[in-house]
Design a protein around this ligand. Structure first.
Ligand code: AHZ
Length: 313
């Protein structure tokens, strides 16, 4: 359903500005380049109207993905492309989405992906070199920027970056069981400054399914795993174990699941939840886990009776 319009803007009629073919414009780079005229208020209103209408609409989403690293973005792509009717809302704490996937390992740019996860590279059209059991993308940023733009082009995806999930909505469900029923958000700059100012209350997004992909422990990482512990829904964190590529990657993919009612966990956050090994700079498990999380999300969504974003049966 289209969101109700929030603001009536009295924008002036669009100015008539000749549409030029690219080659004509190129000829104007001789000191005659002209922009269409604009008012500052038009710029503000063009952004505000869209952003806040989107927030209004996505206050109830079908699936919220927390964290836009390699696992979260892969999940978003698979989920939103296979189920175009679902409202998929991604919340990313950083200004720049992509998490740790802008580099391969340490400060080196090539990205290693073990087979069979290379199939995903062909799906999103990322070139690579074949090294037998694994493939190499020449720069991790090529993978991440291609995936990010593929995700953002999907009409049912909304990405809110510079926005942190700072709590989970946890309700009793229809059967009296505790269920994760949404996320509590704030601008990241506010979330990072709660100690330096008086309380600034957050916002909420209600959704029947949350996918948490916040990476391993860090200033914000492993957010939902840690919150499950403090909320009493998980006894203790398993804590990420030492590096073992051969054990780590299948463990992350195969154990990607709904870890609490309403909450699916994917990527390296799962290693903190389960106490499984890290794999270091090989990204096949993030792809496999992201796809599995999308499939789990569809399964859980289709199995639930949902009214206005809440699971009622
Ligand atoms: O900014 C975080 C990053 O982009 C974001 N994030 C974390 N906490 C958040 C919160 N609200 C909103 N509270 C939050 N966003 O989540 C994203 C996590 O991306 P990542 O790249 O850190 O995690 P991933 O699981 O997608 O990929 C992990 C890649 C790794 S780590 C590793 C190792 O250490 O061995 N190996 C691999 C392949």
């Amino acid at each position: 359903m289209a969101p109700a319009p929030l603001l009536q803007t009295s924008a002036p009629a669009p100015p008539s500005f000749p549409q030029k073919a690219f080659m004509d414009v190129a000829e104007d780079y001789d000191g005659q380049y002209r922009f269409a005229p604009i008012q500052e208020s038009q710029v503000s209103r063009a952004m505000i109207k869209r952003y806040f209408e989107t927030m209004y609409d996505r206050a109830v989403s079908d699936v919220v993905i927390v964290g836009a690293g390699s696992a979260g973005l892969t999940c978003a792509y698979h989920l939103a492309s296979t189920r175009p009717e679902l409202k998929v809302t991604i919340i990313e704490a950083n200004v720049a989405p992509g998490g740790g996937a802008w580099l391969g390992g340490q400060l080196m740019s090539p990205m290693i992906i073990r087979k069979p996860a290379d199939a995903f590279l062909r799906e999103i059209d990322v070139p690579y070199e074949d090294e037998g059991p694994f493939v190499v993308v020449k720069h991790a940023a090529l993978f991440t920027s291609t995936l990010l733009s593929a995700v953002l082009k999907l009409p049912n995806v909304v990405l809110m970056n510079a926005t942190a999930v700072e709590d989970l909505i946890i309700h009793e469900d229809f059967a009296g069981k505790q269920r994760v029923a949404g996320v509590v958000t704030n601008w990241t700059l506010v979330a990072l400054n709660h100690d330096t100012q008086s309380c600034m209350d957050p916002n909420t997004i209600t959704a029947p399914i949350i996918v948490s992909a916040t990476g391993h422990d860090g200033p914000m990482g492993a957010f939902s795993a840690k919150r499950l512990v403090s909320a009493g829904l998980l006894k203790e964190l398993g804590n990420m174990r030492g590096l073992d590529m051969n054990r780590a990657e299948p463990a992350i993919v195969n154990n990607t699941r709904q870890v609490a009612p309403g909450l699916i966990m994917t990527g390296m956050e799962l290693s903190e939840h389960d106490g499984s090994n890290r794999m270091g700079p090989t990204f096949g498990a993030m792809i496999g886990s992201g796809i599995k999380a999308a499939k789990e999300a569809v399964r859980a969504y289709d199995a639930a009776k949902i009214v206005d974003g809440k699971v009622v049966g």
